[in-house]
Ligand binder design. Structure first.
Ligand SMILES: [Zn+2]
Length: 243
């Protein structure tokens, strides 16, 4: 019957004068598309809830055979206030939200990706460097979503890559490729990219240099867009803002 889920609001739109259609990313059920009936009424317990990227405990009535589940009650756990004032932080969160809503299927839980996302929102809310945090988020979230880029061997020929080797990030091949496989085409990453990508994606990442070139982030966004076979609207906004 009903199920209590911890959720982050990824999307919201008006359904009627009093109701909202929501896209939630929940720890328990993965992506949930639901209707919050009457939540915009003055008398509703849920009035003022479901702002973008809020963390809430939502009482859900999953309806697997119908299009939309029902959200019948909720409790706000955290409102990330900085995201409402700092448009760069908001754009960084929106980028993550768009990737998760495309990469995650309905009712297919991704608990690790949920935790990575939650941690990312907390760090954005604390005012961290948005480019570094977005890059770290992507490197941490791609493995649980099944899109981990290969960073240690050439994703095409399998040759071991040295930390300072000239490489390209290839969405088609699924990771870094060596100069030999890249041929003359495409853009090479900065010389230190291989080492940096490995450091940021490893658990000892705190030692990593936080002055990440934006180019690494852009390369990773191309990589994910290739894998999702989608152009991300939020990637365009974010790259302009992150300028
Ligand atoms: Zn190669």
């Amino acid at each position: 019957m009903t199920e209590t889920c911890e959720a982050i609001v990824l999307g919201r739109r008006n359904f009627s004068e009093t109701s909202l259609i929501l896209t939630l990313f929940t720890r328990e059920l993965g992506r949930v598309d639901c209707l919050a009936k009457g939540c915009r009424r003055a008398s509703s317990q849920m009035r003022g809830h479901f702002d973008l990227f809020n963390r809430e405990e939502v009482l859900l009535w999953p309806r697997p055979r119908n299009g939309l589940d029902l959200a019948t009650d909720s409790l706000i756990v955290t409102e990330y206030m900085r995201l409402r004032k700092d448009f760069r932080a908001f754009a960084a969160a929106a980028l993550a939200g768009e990737i998760l809503s495309i990469a995650c299927q309905k009712h297919d839980p991704h608990e690790n990706a949920y935790d990575v996302f939650l941690n990312y929102l907390e760090e954005l809310n604390r005012g961290g460097d948005v480019i570094f945090l977005a890059l770290k988020f992507l490197l941490e979230v791609l493995p649980p979503l099944g899109y981990a880029p290969q960073l240690h061997n050439c994703a095409n020929c399998g040759k071991e890559l040295k930390a300072e080797e000239k490489t390209q990030l290839s969405g088609k091949d699924g990771g870094l490729i060596c100069a030999g496989c890249a041929g003359g085409a495409g853009k090479f990453l900065p010389q230190e990219a291989t080492r940096m990508l490995r450091e940021i994606s490893s658990p000892e990442q705190s030692a990593a240099d936080k002055k990440m070139p934006k180019r690494l982030l852009m390369a990773l966004l191309d990589y994910i867009q290739y894998n999702l076979a989608r152009e991300l609207r939020s990637a365009k906004v974010f790259s302009r803002l992150a300028g």
